[in-house]
Design a protein around this ligand. Structure first.
Ligand SMILES: Cc1cc2nc3c(=O)[nH]c(=O)nc-3n(C[C@H](O)[C@H](O)[C@H](O)COP(=O)(O)OP(=O)(O)OC[C@H]3O[C@@H](n4cnc5c(N)ncnc54)[C@H](O)[C@@H]3O)c2cc1C
Length: 432
């Protein structure tokens, strides 16, 4: 059976972090928007995710900050350590660094449910519908027509026409594949990430994001929820490089990881401030995910169909940019569609010109190790440890990397000096 729904201004394909943010943002701007999501039931999946202050500013503009802060942890420090647990560097983050907004660490499922509930509340349950899997897109003279399989077991389809279709359907985007059938699987850099979350006593001051090791083998941990008994839910990522293709075969966010694959590699990572093998052993489980991205595209927009979030710019999950950049996309798109409401072609061209080069630069920066370069330098210069970090790397060397990455990712302190949200910026013309 085919269900045809009314024509809408904007159709969003994919109710993940970026798609839901776009839906709430466009609706708040008075734009007629609907969302269709593939999964039958939206469930709080994933583990930890990080939101940089510029993304939090946008969620604050949507009235979500109080809820997010109550359900996440504001990281106040980022600290680098060597593979021997020796301190390399630490820097203030979020409000502690002078930003008007926190850097928030939160469970992805919690973030997804906050966004989903807000979208259903604000748009209405008849506009945010699950069990709709996009299969085809057809271009129309002034819009596009999308066809969805209805995943309720009856084998029906739904057809929706819209002035603008926004593909926010993630790293395995159907829209992107239809447009670039030869692109193939995402590109793997040889690293595997074992990700999980564990309830335990805080690490260090309970507000620090720790990165230990070097790009070939690394352990990351940060709290994502304070628990009533003083403990915390701590997100961790144990990462190593391997040529074992089998483990990297398909990047599925929900694929279970095996302790036996990862634990031996971290067996001697016992520091006086953290026992990594014990943490891995005590974790209730973990997921395994290969470090993948895709090459930046020459354009995101084809007719009235554009890409947003991971569908547009999947990047290595380092530097806290995965979700943050999708949120920024959503807000810039809103500003562009508002500024050119009667001319969506111009709106999409300006959106593309603002966001595609900006995110493409982060994809490439992350390939070049992004903010992790100081850890590599320390490992190369002092593989067996050091007595003073000043003998190994200078403060200026580290600052050059970290400040450069902040600028590339768009969260340099000066760029956020104004409280103005990205949706309210000037999108009259293409950026020069
Ligand atoms: C289940 C899951 C768990 C994740 N866990 C983590 C994590 O722990 N840490 C982390 O940093 N990142 C995680 N991510 C990725 C993270 O959410 C994204 O990198 C980032 O937030 C950008 O969000 P996005 O909305 O672009 O993509 P996603 O959040 O991946 O959302 C894409 C959405 O599109 C839907 N979709 C896909 N194909 C279709 C289709 N054909 N038709 C309709 N809908 C479709 C998907 O079901 C999904 O809901 C996870 C993603 C998923 C889907």
């Amino acid at each position: 059976m085919t269900t045809a729904s009314a024509h809408h201004e904007v159709l969003i394909v994919g109710g993940g972090i970026a798609g839901l943010t776009a839906a709430i943002s466009l609706h708040r701007a008075g734009i007629d928007v609907v969302v269709r999501e593939s999964v039958r039931e939206v469930r709080p999946l994933g583990v930890g995710i990080n939101l940089l202050p510029h993304a939090v500013r946008e969620l604050d503009a949507l009235g979500l900050l109080v809820r997010l802060e109550a359900n996440g942890v504001a990281s106040s420090t980022l600290a680098y350590f060597s593979a021997h647990g020796q301190a390399i560097w630490d820097e203030p983050r979020g409000r502690a660094a002078g930003y008007g907004w926190p850097q928030l660490s939160i469970h992805r499922g919690t973030l997804q449910m906050i966004l989903h509930n807000a979208a259903v509340r604000e748009l209405g349950a008849d506009r945010v519908i699950s069990a709709r899997h996009l299969t085809t897109i057809e271009h129309l003279e002034h819009g596009a027509r999308a066809t969805f399989d209805i995943r309720d077991g009856d084998g029906g389809v739904e057809v929706i026409e819209a002035d603008v279709v926004v593909a926010a359907d993630g790293i395995h985007s159907t829209v992107r594949r239809l447009r670039h059938p030869n692109e193939g699987m995402p590109l793997w850099n040889g690293a595997l990430l074992f990700r999980g979350a564990i309830e335990r006593e805080p690490i260090l001051d309970g507000r620090t994001m720790i990165w230990a090791g070097h790009p070939d083998q690394k352990f990351i941990a940060y709290p994502i929820r304070d628990l009533p008994d003083g403990r915390q839910l701590i997100n961790f990522i144990a990462e190593y490089r391997t040529d074992d293709r089998q483990l990297a075969e398909r990047e599925d966010w929900n694929r279970p990881g095996d302790l036996a694959d990862v634990a031996p590699r971290f067996a001697d990572w016992i520091f006086d401030w953290l026992d990594v093998p014990a943490l891995l052993h005590d974790a209730p489980g973990m997921f395994v995910f290969p470090m993948v991205d895709r090459d930046p595209l020459d354009t995101w927009t084809d007719g009235r169909v554009t890409l947003l979030g991971d569908a547009a710019h999947p990047m290595y999950p380092i530097g806290s940019n995965g979700a943050s950049q999708g949120i920024l996309d959503a807000r810039v798109l809103t500003g562009c569609l508002l500024a050119h409401r009667s001319d969506p072609d111009t709106a999409l061209a300006i959106y593309d010109a603002h966001r595609r080069p900006a995110t493409g630069a982060i994809v490439l920066a992350n390939r070049g190790l992004g903010p992790e370069m100081p850890m590599r330098l320390v490992h190369e210069r002092a593989p067996d440890g050091f007595s003073s970090i000043d003998d190994v790397i200078t403060r200026d060397e580290i600052l050059q990397v970290t400040d450069g990455y902040r600028r590339t990712a768009g969260f340099a302190l000066e760029a956020l000096a104004s409280g103005r949200s990205l949706a309210d910026a000037d999108y009259d013309a293409l950026p020069t």
